[in-house]
Ligand binder design. Structure first.
Ligand code: PRX
Length: 635
């Protein structure tokens, strides 16, 4: 039986049951079927969540780039691996075939070797969404160096702390980057960051915007001449299954960012297997994920998962609103995109615009739509379904995390009936559990609790770089023998999961447990509302009360704010109950967001609690300026 490509619901349940009853056999079959191993594993899995220690495919040897590139050359050398769509729609898109990708990755790998990068060294990649970004990841993997991509929107400070944490030897960057109508001086940011990074020996610089930059003698080198002189052959380094492939930083609820470490074999098997099934990718399809490779979504579902499947993956350099709000749909039409994967924040932003941006485009190529990164509210789900999917392309609401490496809870398109705001069912091999406050597993359906995973899966992060204790404390200490996700979830009457938000966002009001997501969902249903965020603030009688920050759509007409407040509270009362009514509603122009588009409730919580003396570092926000506005308006 091939369990690689699930095609109907019965088969899902069958495959799922097997993955739970005989996980080792199940994953062994997946690993045997579709990959290129230099040496077979001795043991499929050994694990201990107490230490914690997790090993998959121990004893196996491989190189992930052989699986993502070389393996396809015989039959797909001329097939497009990457379509690069530049920031400026008037510039030509670039189609990079698998053969060309092979050659360019080898050239880059040879340059890295030449500059002294060896197996196990850390290389920091700070690049915009240009082909060199994907090529740099793969070049590191080719020679066994560990890449640490830092999203090229992070500040100099954020960059240097990440470089120092993992003691990188090299930075790969560009002179600058395009972002819509603006250019960004990336190299200037790198120069500033590197003032406090003693481990960096070289900076390789891509010429992207042709700006006049400072090149530090002995340290900084233009990349292109080195690539031109390098050989297009580079023998892959033969890696052990559990050798680290990359480090990727993610913010914790407290303290400095955590360098999540992903290893080679398990990550490859899981991202490839999920990619194929979650997007029902068929040979010849064009797949586009709008994330940046600076995030885990880009690592797993722009680079490794698609390429391991020999897919055609689109890389977009620009932003959704340049040159206008129709850009995404123009790209879908232009490249005849079949699978489109984006974030709810983008869907909400685009849903606010004139519908002609969508209607002017031919979106008939679309087969599957994806959502990731935060709970997708009902209104955004319907807008996506009505206008983009036109009720024929299923929406896969994929729940997962940087730490999980790949998608964990998701519908399988054309297989799992979807339900708005529900991530639905666990992917094969994933064993979720909902836990109560006493640390007991909650059985049955129509329940809610804290989401844990009770059995390892191949792409779980193995540690936090340089801090295994923190890894243990954060993920394995809250519940015995469980990986704790930090999220709350409910399981409905048929066993579908709905992620209700971070558990730290749950607010107890008069002894009732309220998730922020369903309340925000209710508010967002109001036709005048663009976006909202709920936080708790101390209340004499109730313990906590609810504070809502609400942004309104730009309709041009003025609305009476008190009427709006009443209407919003009426909606909440209707949808959830009077218990969830907001004590305060503040209308504001913007909500503070992380670079990946998540609302920073931590800051809003402090403002709502009038605790503004210590808001923490707001410099890495997407829109730091809105914080002061919100404070001023609240006084
Ligand atoms: O709270 C969940 C939310 O994003 C968190 C993980 O964030 P990050 O590590 O940045 O990875 C994002 C991309 C995989 C989760 O703990 N989250 C992610 N996807 C969903 C989601 N919440 C609800 N529904 C989702 N589909």
């Amino acid at each position: 039986m091939s369990n690689y490509h699930i095609k109907h619901l019965e088969e899902y349940y069958q495959v799922y049951r097997k993955s739970v009853r005989e996980p080792e056999n199940f994953w062994e079959e997946v690993a045997e079927e579709h990959f290129m191993w230099r040496k077979r594993w001795d043991k499929v899995l050994s694990w201990d969540f107490k230490k914690p220690e997790i090993k998959w495919f121990e004893g196996a040897q491989l190189n992930i780039t052989e699986n993502c590139i070389d393996r396809h050359l015989r039959t797909k050398g001329d097939k497009t691996a990457i379509i690069f769509e530049p920031n400026n729609p008037d510039d030509a898109a670039e189609h990079i075939t698998y053969q060309q990708l092979h050659d360019r990755v080898c050239q880059m790998a040879n340059v890295l070797k030449d500059k002294g990068i060896k197996r196990g060294d850390r290389v920091c990649i700070y690049l915009p969404m240009i082909p060199e970004l994907a090529i740099s990841l793969l070049a590191c993997a080719r020679i066994g160096a560990i890449h640490s991509v830092v999203f090229a929107g992070f500040s100099a400070k954020a960059l240097s702390s990440r470089i120092n944490d993992s003691e990188c030897k090299m930075v790969i960057t560009s002179d600058g980057s395009y972002r819509g109508a603006k250019t960004i001086d990336l190299k200037g940011i790198v120069d500033e960051g590197l003032e406090s990074c003693p481990t960096i020996e070289n900076v390789l610089v891509v010429n992207r915007i042709g700006s006049d930059i400072n090149m530090k003698e002995g340290r900084d080198i233009w990349l292109q001449p080195l690539l031109d002189a390098a050989s297009t052959d580079c023998e892959p380094e033969i890696m052990n299954a559990e050798d680290p492939l990359f480090i990727l930083y993610t913010s914790g609820s407290t303290g400095k960012p955590k360098g999540m470490v992903h290893t080679t074999a398990g990550y490859m098997v899981y991202t490839a297997y999920t990619f194929k099934n979650v997007f029902q990718y068929q040979d010849g399809d064009v797949y586009w994920c709008t994330a940046d490779i600076g995030w885990i979504t880009g690592h797993s579902y722009i680079v490794y998962g698609p390429l391991a499947n020999g897919a055609t993956t689109v890389m977009f350099e620009g932003v959704p609103h340049y040159p206008d709000f129709g850009r995404f749909w123009q790209i879908v039409e232009k490249h005849k995109v079949n699978q489109f994967y984006t974030a709810p924040t983008a869907i909400r932003a685009l849903g606010k615009q004139n519908i002609s941006f969508v209607d002017d485009r031919d979106l008939s190529s679309l087969k599957v739509l994806g959502s990731v990164g935060e709970p997708i509210n009902e209104e955004a789900w319907h807008w996506y379904n009505d206008n983009i999917g036109k009720h024929k392309s299923p929406i896969v609401d994929t729940w997962w995390q940087t730490e999980t490496g790949g998608v964990m809870i998701t519908p399988i398109p054309f297989v799992t009936p979807t339900k708005p705001t529900y991530a639905t069912l666990p992917f094969p091999g994933i064993q979720p559990a909902l836990m109560d406050e006493n640390g007991d597993v909650i059985k049955g359906n129509q329940v809610d609790g804290r989401l844990c995973i009770k059995f390892p899966w191949p792409s779980i992060a193995r540690t936090i770089w340089g801090n295994h204790e923190r890894y243990k404390d954060t993920y394995f200490s809250a519940y015995e023998n469980m990986y704790f996700t930090g999220d709350g979830a409910l399981r409905d009457e048929v066993g579908y999961y709905r992620i209700t938000g971070r558990v730290d966002d749950v607010i107890i009001v008069s002894g009732h447990n309220l998730g922020t997501a369903p309340i925000e969902d209710a508010i967002n249903e109001h036709p005048a509302v663009a976006e909202s965020a709920i936080v708790g603030f101390p209340h004499d009688v109730k313990g906590n009360a609810l504070y809502g920050y609400v942004t309104l759509k730009e309709t041009g007409e003025s609305r009476d704010q008190n009427n709006l407040r009443n209407e919003i509270n009426q909606l909440i009362t209707d949808r959830i109950g009077p218990i969830a009514k907001l004590d305060k509603i503040q209308f504001t122009d913007g909500l503070p967001k992380t670079r990946s588009g998540k609302i920073m409730r931590r800051i809003l919580r402090k403002i709502a609690s009038k605790d503004i003396s210590n808001l923490g570092d707001t410099s890495t926000l997407l829109n730091p300026e809105c914080v002061q506005d919100i404070i001023d308006e609240s006084l």
